[in-house]
Design a protein around this ligand. Structure first.
Ligand SMILES: [Zn+2]
Length: 277
């Protein structure tokens, strides 16, 4: 039996949103037992909020958007939720004064470090898991994402990109907090050089720069150095873990993903938890 956890003391982090480019302060507060992961928009009237346990609105796009009871949204929270998974935090209140958390270095490492610096404390109630009892999968063209019954949490991911700098990369490991901290949390967001301009035109990546985003040219990232030779696939695993933790509870199961991105990740979340549809 494992117990639920929260942070020991409050703290805040500030920066700019990766997609919106807007300045934002994110405040983190210890959460009560069974309260779950709560997102609050403190800049909006009435401070709308939602606990991922009660979430019913999840829109799937290139970025994830969480509906706060029709009164506002938070978006692109997957690096925070991945870090929460890695810190095994079940209960926490996160107040944002904008729609999107700070991009920081484009990975989950700084969030994870901040949680650990604040201290993580065990609570009295038992931790709940999403136990996968039968295979659940989803396909879209050449993309596939499935979760299968298993006592261990193992993620296998295959990334295929039509570019020499990324190409085909795969990652397959049993994941626990230690492995996550070392192998996954530091992996940063990436895009292809060819994509960068189009993404900006579509309104994405306004807070992106060559330091928090690996902009991949033929020979590697522009004005940056890879933290891992296969950093892109590790970041895809990071996003997948963050997206799946929108379930509010960790999954007990085996994950297999081929070319899966936010859209498919969130479709699987909805399939696992019908309330999210
Ligand atoms: Zn990401």
């Amino acid at each position: 039996m494992e117990n639920q956890k929260t942070i020991k003391k409050e703290f805040f982090i500030e920066g700019k949103g990766l997609q919106t480019g807007k300045p934002v302060k994110a405040f983190f507060y210890p959460g009560k037992e069974n309260s779950g992961i709560i997102f609050v928009r403190k800049d909006l009237e009435g401070k709308p909020s939602v606990s991922l346990k009660d979430l019913s609105g999840l829109s799937t796009d290139r970025r994830s958007k969480i509906d706060l009871s029709g009164k506002g949204e938070v978006e692109t929270v997957e690096h925070i939720t991945a870090a929460l998974w890695g810190a095994e935090i079940d209960n926490i209140k996160i107040e944002l004064d904008s729609s999107e958390p700070p991009a920081l270095d484009g990975s989950a490492a700084e969030f994870l470090k901040a949680f650990k610096d604040a201290g993580i404390t065990e609570q009295d109630k038992t931790r709940e898991f999403v136990k996968i009892k039968e295979p659940i999968w989803i396909e879209d063209g050449e993309s596939f994402l499935g979760v299968f019954p298993s006592e261990i949490f193992k993620v296998s991911y295959i990334l295929e990109y039509p570019s020499g700098a990324i190409g085909r990369q795969s990652f397959s490991q049993v994941l626990n907090p230690e492995v996550f901290q070392k192998e996954i949390a530091p992996a940063r967001t990436f895009c292809l050089k060819e994509e960068a301009e189009a993404l900006l035109e579509m309104g994405y990546g306004k807070g992106a720069n060559y330091k928090n985003t690996l902009v991949m040219d033929k020979d590697g990232p522009i004005d940056n150095v890879l933290r891992f030779p296969d950093e892109p696939v590790r970041h895809k695993v990071l996003d997948l873990i963050g997206d799946l933790y929108l379930l509010g509870r960790p999954i007990r199961g085996r994950i297999v993903a081929i070319r899966s991105g936010h859209k498919l990740n969130l479709e699987l979340v909805k399939k696992i938890k019908p309330a999210y549809r």
